[in-house]
Design a protein around this ligand. Structure first.
Ligand code: DAH
Length: 503
């Protein structure tokens, strides 16, 4: 099984990640006797040094390494760290790490789901710019240029609190409501809805609580936005599962914005929206069925989700595909045959007992599912480009209204694309996600796609990449001057921040 680029669920296929290169002379030996959270911090520093777009200068990088060596020099045993990279991910392979730095926690969101409350603890910034679910968030809390454990750019902060899924006339809001209606009709009064939980969560909530392995690719700096070594922008709505179990909820739907570093094309955007559904069963519910709890939950899951797919897509052909997720066992994907091809609708499964046990419940079973709202809305509303969801152009927004699922979007016009190619010699820390972050930081939603169109290694072992950047506005024609100006800035920043050599 390999790490496969996958718009909905990056959290599944993850064994034997493809490896393009490996630099043996950068291996670091570290001791497992570090304070429990220390290894994570070191990982952060190293990944940051190698890959973050606001790359450390050579001297800062060297001093990071030096301080790591100083901290670890006298420690006896040496687990093995090395670096792996490919176009989609920086993959840190090591023995499972014990993680977390000592409480460098985000002041407003604690793991005890103070989500929804403003703690005000820690005397942090006064100028609150945002409030999400009652949590006050200032830009300085989330974007910390000088903090090597932070990789959140301004462009991502700008999306926090937008909550497209809460707009009744937005395709994502319409889809959310349609799914809510399905559960309300079939399980009257049962499912609680959460759609205002703060997207800033702890590493523990996002990964550990749902059993994501310590060395899983999704934890890397290259894939996830870290506020600090303990805190991330949630990369999936599953981040809230354990907490809600712990607080005694048994039937719930969580909708929210999720954040992932990724490359750029018409179906990928660093912020998108997911819905998580969970239902708990107690022993009385399955005892008369002749099945064990797991089989019963799996059968109920399939019935409920087939019903949901019918509710959304009509009388379509469906199939179940076995898969792997860290948090469920067994795990499945539901696919439907729609508009001539098989379309993956969602991932789901029977919740791992370890998650339930950790929440203090030993006698129950549960099913869970997760789905990407954009992915389904693009198909249901015929929306050709994921950037459109963020458009405030009336020609887009006026086409959708509450209760009208599946109204087909009419393109107001297709404006001409403009292509710009750039070639450079890459270095070992280069990743496509970092490049894309820079391009998006400069061109915003005017960039439609970034594609590797040429890749070769010369006799000296230097590797050259040529990327084609497609610029196209969804709303107007771009002028040559405007694009040239953007491209000059992109070239400058790519050279300065990624330390690559332009050709
Ligand atoms: N969290 C998964 C992802 O983002 C989606 C998912 C899959 C959620 C299966 C679930 C589940 O609750 O059971 O990739």
């Amino acid at each position: 099984m390999s790490y496969v680029r996958y718009s909905g669920s990056r959290l599944k296929k993850c064994k034997n990640p493809p490896v393009n290169w490996r630099r043996k002379n950068q291996n670091l030996s570290l001791s497992s006797d570090l304070p429990p959270k220390g290894e994570r911090f070191i990982t952060m520093l190293i990944q940051k040094a190698f890959s973050v777009s606001r790359a450390l200068s050579t001297s800062r990088y060297l001093s990071s390494l030096l301080s790591i060596q100083m901290h670890t020099a006298n420690l006896p045993k040496s687990p093995y760290f090395s670096f792996y990279s490919n176009n989609h991910c920086n993959f840190l392979k090591s023995k499972p790490l014990s993680i977390y730095l000592p409480s460098v926690s985000f002041p407003y969101c604690t793991s005890s789901l103070s989500l929804g409350k403003s703690s005000g603890k820690g005397g942090l910034p006064i100028a609150a710019l945002l409030e999400i679910g009652g949590v006050k968030i200032a830009k300085d809390d989330v974007v910390k240029e000088s903090d090597p454990t932070n990789n959140v750019p301004d462009s991502i902060f700008a999306k926090l609190g937008m909550q497209l899924h809460r707009r009744a006339n937005h395709p994502l809001g319409i889809l959310k409501k349609t799914i809510h209606d399905y559960f309300d009709t079939n399980f009257p009064g049962k499912f609680e809805k959460f759609d205002d939980l703060c997207p800033i969560v702890t590493v523990k909530q996002n990964f550990d609580d749902v059993l994501v392995p310590p060395d899983h690719v999704s934890r890397s700096y290259n894939d996830t936005y870290y506020v600090n070594s303990d805190t991330v922008l949630r990369c999936h709505t599953s981040a809230h599962q354990a907490e809600l179990f712990r607080n005694g909820h048994t039937h719930f739907l969580v909708t929210g914005d999720v954040y992932r570093r990724d490359s750029i094309d018409s179906t990928h955007y660093p912020v998108f929206h997911q819905m998580e559904g969970v239902r708990v069963f107690s022993p009385e519910e399955w005892s008369g069925s002749g099945m064990d709890g797991t089989a019963y939950a799996a059968a109920e899951l399939k019935k409920s989700l087939e019903g949901l797919a019918k509710h959304l897509f009509g009388d379509v052909e469906m199939r179940w595909v076995d898969t792997y997720f860290p948090f469920t066992n067994p795990s499945y994907e539901l696919e439907i045959f729609f508009q001539g091809k098989w379309l993956e609708v969602l991932g789901c499964g029977v919740t791992e007992q370890a998650i339930l046990r950790a929440s203090g419940r030993t006698d129950i079973v549960a099913w869970a599912f997760g789905l990407g709202l954009e992915r389904l809305a693009m198909v249901l509303f015929d929306i050709p480009d994921i950037r459109l969801f963020w458009s405030t152009d009336e020609r887009f927004t006026s086409q959708f209204s509450e209760g009208k699922l599946g109204v087909k979007f009419k393109s107001f016009s297709k404006f001409p694309p403009c292509y710009k190619d750039m070639s450079f010699w890459i270095n070992d820390g280069f990743t496509e996600n970092n490049l894309c972050e820079i391009v998006r930081g400069i061109a915003g939603d005017l960039v439609e796609e970034v594609t590797l169109i040429d890749n070769f290694t010369n006799k000296k072992g230097m590797t050259s990449h040529c990327y084609r950047i497609t610029y196209r506005s969804m709303e107007r024609s771009l002028t040559d001057d405007e694009i040239n100006e953007l491209q000059v800035k992109v070239r400058e920043d790519v050279q300065n921040k990624l330390k690559v050599v332009l050709r």
